[in-house]
Design a protein around this ligand. Structure first.
Ligand SMILES: [Zn+2]
Length: 469
């Protein structure tokens, strides 16, 4: 019965490619893995979701009750890193297995060339129906390879309803790949009369008394550690130079952000339950993650594209399979570029070899992590010089074109508050990053970030989000 799904039972996991490892670094070994065939493969991306605001990852406030439940039956990656904290580039990395400087989507609105091998194309070539249900307009530019695309600025629930309807209308047994993108969390700051776009916190969302709650959040965000009666050290946190002048403003920020996470978690629950009805007993694979995090006052910064601290890069990642996988937590560092080879690992025909790594050896517990570090880059738009980072086994080294390099021992300083680039522990990661940058022959000046040919409606959407002046 399972043979009706166009997948291989056995596939060879490719070795780590030269582009994805430090030039002198060890290669990942090749191995044969047995994959179950899937009727449905579902990629869910929750835009702008930093991992430390997800209760599945230990956040004290219950923001993701559904993901918490699903995690009990899933493989959860504790250390997934975005390649660039910017929506279009990061989603393109998930879909292609490439970093932004490789797939050339450097800013929102730039088109992901359908000539580049990508997940949607791989599924289509293997006989799957493919669809993208996206909650913004500007991501249209990265969906060229999908059979069906539905997009527009809308709530998570509306997007989920569209996606479920599409799946229900498929011929029974038709294999499918769906990408569902949910944008509510990105909109935490926007006033909206639509209750689906501006939800309230659930009851019981304050796990601590007010002062203790501020202290908990201040510690995890690197906010000013001041008492309610102390004068607050004001700071600005965006290019509009909006002043944060009180503890209350920061607390309100988190409340608004977390309310959107709770709403989105409920949207994912709805999607999961409805699609599970459609799929029935047929095997399915789910991968749920985010494209990047959000500043929320950490490092005195509000948003995401202009910095690459962990609050921008560290995202949740969960893999669920029906029939169920052995649940486990994976602590090793992985990258969102690894999503593409993971989703397509068992396809027949196999797509051209990805440049990134399949997560399957980690999903199956054969490895606890990769020897390859995670690479990240700040958006080049509107920034004073570029910043690149490598994250590897608790070490994070940042090369900054116009400032001194930075190094953080994430095991001792997870909030990245004390840079110690001259520390002995910095050297191996620094050497790897410099070697990788040299090997990549990176040129900031040669990077095309032109979006002047965008349609007016997309341009207006990007302006409203602050991405275009
Ligand atoms: Zn985004």
């Amino acid at each position: 019965m399972l043979s009706r799904y166009p997948l291989l039972a056995l596939a060879l996991l490719a070795a780590c490619s030269p582009a994805e490892r430090a030039p002198d670094g060890p290669q990942e070994p090749s191995r044969v893995i047995e994959y179950p065939p899937y009727r449905g493969v579902v990629l869910v991306t929750i835009d702008t979701l930093r991992a430390d605001h997800v209760s599945m990852h230990g956040y004290l406030r219950k923001t993701t009750p559904f993901l918490d439940e699903l995690a009990e039956r899933s493989v959860v990656f504790e250390n997934a890193q975005a390649s660039m904290p910017f929506t279009g580039p990061s989603h393109s990395s998930m879909l292609t297995g490439l970093h932004p400087f490789q797939h050339k989507v450097m800013v929102n609105g730039q088109t992901l060339s359908p000539e580049i091998p990508n997940v949607a194309k791989a599924f289509r070539d293997a006989g799957y129906r493919t669809s993208a249900f996206v909650s913004t307009g500007f991501l249209r530019s990265v969906t060229k390879s999908f059979d069906e695309v539905s997009l527009g600025k809308r709530s998570g629930r509306e997007t989920v309803e569209q996606a479920v309807q599409w799946a229900q209308e498929l011929e029974p047994g038709t294999p499918f790949f769906m990408w569902i993108h949910l944008f509510n969390v990105h909109e935490w700051e926007i006033e909206n009369p639509n209750k689906d776009r501006r939800p309230e916190l659930a009851e019981g969302s304050f796990p601590l008394a007010p002062d203790a709650w501020y202290d908990y959040l201040a510690k995890h965000h690197g906010w000013p550690m001041v008492q309610a009666t102390d004068p607050f050290p004001e700071f600005t946190w965006d290019t509009n130079r909006r002043i944060i002048s009180s503890r209350e403003t920061l607390l309100e920020t988190v409340d608004r952000y977390d309310a959107q996470i709770q709403y989105t978690d409920a949207s994912v629950r709805l999607l999961f339950n409805k699609l599970s009805e459609v799929i029935g007993e047929d095997p399915a694979l789910w991968l749920i993650t985010s494209d990047h995090g959000e500043g929320l006052g950490s490092h005195r910064y509000k948003g995401h594209s202009g910095q690459i601290f962990q609050e921008q890069l560290h995202v949740p990642l969960l893999v669920f399979q029906q029939p169920a996988l052995t649940p486990r937590r994976v602590s090793g560092v992985v990258s969102l570029v690894d999503v593409a080879p993971t989703l397509t690992a068992g396809l027949d025909p196999q797509p051209p070899a990805w440049e990134s790594l399949s997560l399957w050896p980690l999903i199956l517990g054969e490895q606890s992590g990769f020897s390859r570090p995670a690479f990240a880059q700040r958006s080049p738009v509107g920034t004073a010089g570029d910043v690149f980072a490598l994250i590897h086994e608790g070490h994070k080294y940042l090369y900054r074109a116009k400032h001194q390099d930075a190094y953080y021992d994430l095991t001792q300083d997870p909030q990245e508050l004390n840079s110690t680039p001259d520390a002995p522990g910095a050297e191996p990661t620094r050497a790897m990053l410099h070697a990788q940058l040299k090997a990549l022959d990176w040129s900031v000046d040669g990077q095309d970030t032109d979006i002047s040919d965008l349609p007016e409606d997309i341009l207006q959407e990007l302006k409203a989000l602050g991405y275009v002046e």
